[in-house]
Write a protein that binds this ligand. Sequence first.
Ligand code: C2E
Ligand code: MG
Ligand code: MG
Ligand code: MG
Length: 286
Amino acid sequence: VAKKQGRGRWALFDVSMREAAIDALVMQNALKQALANDEFSVVYQPIYSTLTDEICGAEVLVRWLHPVLGPVSPDRFITVAEDIGVIHELGSWVMHKGCAELQRWKAAFPELELHLNVNVSGVELNRTGYVSQIKDILAQTGIDAHDLQVEITESVFLHQPETIAQVLEGIRELGVRIALDDFGTGYSALGYIDRYPIDAIKIDQSFVSRMMAYHRSDAIVRSILSLGRALNIDITAEGVETLPQLLRLREMECPFVQGFLLSRPVNAEKIMILLQCQKTKLATTF
Ligand code: C2E
Ligand code: MG
Ligand code: MG
Ligand code: MG
């Protein structure tokens, strides 16, 4: 059929299909080698309290630099890592690295209360022994469970909701907090915070980016904040890029903010510098 539509089309269809297939294969094979080849690194994006205007924690974000493919976005490779089963090793590496770094920040600034947020995929949660894996990482790095927050998205509830409920309870029993990431972009967010032990919500950046232009987005953000207050759930607004957004969020008493306006994701050393500057009241941006 494709051939009848003309030579050019046939070729276009064929090439793009082939490229997609090769892409997937190349990515899979490259990912299998990436940990052993030391191609992953992490960056940290600070989370600020609007009450103190100070850094109260950071979210660790994985980075992959392949020698030939170049930098690959986690939005592209995390699902592939899930498919080929690499996510467990990668996820535990990220959590361990983040906790070890948090320990260094805490040692350097014992007066600060800092926490670490780690993104965790549904595939990781579903693996037997996940709760004890977290427990081991906490013990190895000397991090207090209350200073760790795992960020999950609603997609984790789509498969095996019973297992997930048990795992989340187990994580909670350790004292680790659970945050619902990208809040508002899924299917039935309210149902999940009603039924599962959620301690924190991160308002998706799409609402934040629209809220200065659209009354509805502003009203949605306001409602999530009042829901948070009613349920005693911490709220972080993600993707704060402009000063008007920050001022509006502060006006609405949004307790925590994160975004390029405040700081881009940076390496561990730069977090140390930001904390030092904060302590000495020196202005810095990266
Ligand atoms: P996320 O957890 O919602 O992380 C926020 C993403 O938004 C990050 O992209 C961050 O760099 C970006 N961001 C932060 N502030 C702003 C802003 O002001 N404006 C805009 N436009 N973007 C902002 P990144 O690092 O590319 O990560 C994308 C997603 O990949 C993350 O979304 C998370 O779902 C996933 N991810 C990242 N690291 C990990 C990891 O270690 N494990 C797992 N399972 N997933 C991860
Ligand atoms: Mg996140
Ligand atoms: Mg998010
Ligand atoms: Mg996201």
